[in-house]
Design a binder for this molecule. Structure first.
Ligand SMILES: [Zn+2]
Length: 448
């Protein structure tokens, strides 16, 4: 059982396992000792087919524990490649797999963990065109995604195809888990369970909820939430315990607190309600107003991988000095950048001002933790959020030239506008922020 590459939705059907070999009895004996599992339960696991959408923070612990438990077929859907910043939490991967397709690297690791496990690699972007076919041959679908269009897409498709959707999500120090399955019953009430849309009928405003890539996430959190999802998958396969259908479990890592909320199916839900209006997948990018694949994060991954590769391919002749990003234009701006000369100054111009010892007040308006990651010598840290608290410092410098920078130019523009509204005459925002500075003026400086 070493097949790996199968088109979406086509799982090659192997003969069901009817007997455990003596190696399997040895491998799974801790399971066999549990009356709730036993030989029959282990056979159910070996014959189960589950699909994990996303091989990231959640998908890693989920698939590791499911493979270890002897789940016979694990599909993994992801288009990403492994990048160095994944390794803080994505425990399937290592330095040796940076730059490889995640599904490929994951399959290798999972098959090493358990040769009983057939891993099916789906290197596809899950969308309304392919989702139904993709999930059709699986018993259970696991949502390990990180964006709203895919969550709604997977949620709706699971209702339409009557597959349990083992849901998990994480952000910073908080996570949540539930099982959405309107075709199954809430074990406490006997009522049909809710779906993802019953919990979140409307997507959040685009840009209002930062992703983990923007807001950060503590590395063990996907381990905790993903392991809880794997536990629910195993319970569903075995038909034991109380699945978390009709309940939402939330976890706070800082408070070390779990809470449970009741969730009910909404009879007016457009997909699982009594009179559904959504009978096939819709355009989820349009519905959510945001893309499935964030072009910014794709570019970031590519840059990270390239940087890691160039760092490890040293030729033993000493370090070469990093060069400014060749894609920048003659002024050191990214191609197509809508530069506003009245409001902005380029990092290259700021460097010139520093080199000529021109007098100006240089403000970093990011948060202190960002300043610690990377900063420019001589800047004064005044977070945008604390602008009013630092009014006296700013007032003292109101007759000087002021340059404000942030991470990529958005917050510094707000800061600049606020100061001009307060009557400051000579204030400009540094275009592209410190990320552009670290591409052009200080090439090789941290990108975060
Ligand atoms: Zn619903």
């Amino acid at each position: 059982m070493t097949q790996t590459q199968t088109p979406p939705g086509r799982t090659a059907s192997a003969a069901p396992v009817s007997q455990l070999s003596s190696d399997q009895i040895n491998r799974y004996k801790r399971h066999l000792l549990l009356p709730e599992v036993g030989v029959d339960g282990q056979k159910k696991l070996l014959n189960a087919k589950v699909l994990c959408i996303g091989a990231g923070g959640l998908g890693c612990p989920i698939s590791l524990y499911l493979a270890a438990a002897g789940v016979g077929t694990i599909g993994l859907a992801d288009v990403d490649v492994v990048s160095p910043s994944n390794l803080q939490r994505q425990v399937l991967f290592g330095v040796s797999t940076v730059g490889e397709d995640k599904v490929k690297a994951a399959a290798k690791r999972l098959k090493d963990l358990n040769p009983d496990c057939k891993v099916i690699e789906h290197k596809v972007v899950v969308n309304s065109q392919n989702v139904l076919e993709l999930i059709r041959d699986y018993d259970i679908v696991i949502d390990g995604t990180d964006n709203f269009p895919t969550r709604y897409c997977v949620g709706d498709a699971c209702v339409l195809e009557k597959k349990p959707n083992v849901y998990g999500s994480i952000f910073r120090f908080e996570g949540m888990v539930s099982v959405f399955a309107p075709h199954l019953k809430n074990p406490d009430t006997g009522e049909r369970g809710p779906c993802y849309r019953c919990m979140y009928p409307e997507p959040p405003d685009p840009g209002s909820v930062p992703s983990c890539a923007e807001g950060g996430v503590i590395g063990v959190l996907p381990g905790i939430i993903g392991t809880l999802q794997a536990n629910e998958v195993i319970k569903l396969i075995l038909g034991i315990g109380r699945p978390v259908i009709g309940r939402l479990l939330t976890f706070s890592a800082l408070d070390m607190e779990f809470k449970t909320f009741k969730l009910r199916r909404d009879p007016a839900c457009p997909v699982c309600g009594d009179h559904p209006t959504i009978k096939e997948p819709i355009d989820y990018e349009q519905f959510c107003g945001s893309p499935i694949l964030d072009p910014k994060s794709l570019a970031e991954t590519a840059a990270e991988v390239k940087h890691a590769k160039s760092a490890t391919s040293g030729n033993g002749q000493g370090m070469t000095q990093p060069k400014p990003d060749p894609s920048l234009d003659a002024r050191g701006l990214p191609p197509g950048y809508a530069y506003k000369p009245d409001w902005e100054v380029t990092p290259r111009e700021v460097k010139g001002m520093l080199d000529r010892h021109e007098d100006f007040y240089f403000v970093d308006c990011r948060l202190p933790n960002e300043h610690q990651i990377t900063h420019i010598e001589g800047t004064e840290l005044i977070p945008l959020q604390q602008l009013n608290q630092h009014a006296d410092k700013l007032q003292k410098n109101r007759d000087r030239k002021i340059v404000v920078h942030c991470k990529s130019g958005g917050r510094s523009m707000q800061f600049t506008q606020a100061l001009r509204q307060a009557g400051f005459k000579d204030v400009k925002s540094m275009a592209g922020g410190i990320l552009l500075w670290n591409k052009d003026v200080n090439p090789g400086g941290p990108q975060y």
